[in-house]
Design a protein around this ligand. Sequence first.
Ligand code: NDP
Length: 454
Amino acid sequence: MGKVLIIGGGASGRVATHKAAQIPEVFSDITLASRSLEKPYLIQAEVREKRGRDINVEQVDADQTSEVVNLINKTKPEVVIHVALPYQNFPIMDACLETGVHYIDTATPEVREKPGFDYKGQWAYDDKFKEKGLMALLGCGFDPGVTSVYTAYAKKHFLDKIQFLDILDCNAGSHGRTFATNFDPEINIREITLPPRHYDKKKGGWVQTPSIVDRDSIHQTFDFPVTGKKEAYLLYHEELESLVEHYPEIERARFWMTFGENYLSHLRAFIKYGVNSSTPLEFDSNEVSPKEMIKRISETSQRGLFFLNHLMFDKIGLLSEEKIKFSSNRISPVVMLGAVLPKPETLGSGYMGKTVIGNIMWGEFHGEPRSVYIYNVSDHAKCFQEIGCQGISYTAALPSVIGAKMIMTGEWKGSGVFNLEQLDPDHFMRDMDRYGLPWEVEEFSRKFIKDFGD
Ligand code: NDP
């Protein structure tokens, strides 16, 4: 039994808090802290009503290490679960080191000014965590996270050698909104518009491919279990970096995600007009309307008033004249976009359909070729019924709570920074089944390789 501190009171924070509250034998004391208090207080009331438990709520600006240090000293957790934004990974890691607390996150760190991410900065913290005898679990969400555990599980039980790895993320759900992202919109748009990469030893390592919005993007129809045929696009995802590092036998590793035409056409428009840009523009005040931002982009890019007639932008609120307050007068277009798009925690009601996320792994077992597919199916409506959230927040946040449980029960021991494929997968897999992310394993025929891949 012990204390946990959850930082980030958004969609993932809500799920993490509810899930921790469902496991009182491990999480005897829960604190939820976030930048603003409105959502944490709402979650506190929900948890009291639904789970009959009282949680503590605190305010913190996790960009400031000193604030996190003070909060940890006040609440004295064993583990910090960081489900705020990737901008806060390093300040929270530093605070954990200073106070002697284990650390968990669900995404690689990012800096505001330049989209892009990799694990190298966090891997460089390995010695510091080792010196303190602390564990840091990096990327303990679903993807990254569970996809790494699936890889470790396949390697332990089904394959002596993994040669080819394809991670497939299918969201066949529908939220009924004009355009929305399933996790933080600013982070989602920044990540999704990066150039896709995959690993192919035969081609010399990392290979860059056309963006998912390009005409020559790489995509194919995949017949997913339960949801059926969907179009999946080649994308870069952070677990590819760590899996290739920790399993040098892997010859090819790729990540595929399904997208609908509506999502892609919005993304194309954002890119075309620079609405996804992370470069800040300076305004006279920190209160700016979306229309002012669009006008400014239009002036700088010489795209003229075409913007203002753009039905698509109008529909998602980008032409609104209502002012929005930001923390500074230097505001980037993608921050404005994040501010007008629906918040992920508002999508749950009426979200129908399922997600299917998993790994197909090809290799050898006892000298014979073998392929296995390990996956989870989650239902948006069921997640909403249980926690009041949509399936992506559920699948992202529950693994972080299981990771905290692994540390607090001593089922995962060690010191240093870890990607999940470096740890024994069995108890984690048991707990995913137990707490709401059941999984299936299927054998795949060799023929399937020809159907799926180049
Ligand atoms: P949300 O936007 O719903 O929540 C983010 C929360 O972080 C908000 O409550 C926000 O506070 C809080 N926050 C932002 N800045 C700070 C700060 N400086 N200090 C304290 N709190 C802060 O996003 P999600 O919950 O949907 O996603 C969170 C993150 O989870 C994503 O950005 C992504 O990195 C990761 N993720 C990982 C997945 C995986 O499978 N591995 C999948 C999906 C997401 P406020 O309410 O005041 O704005």
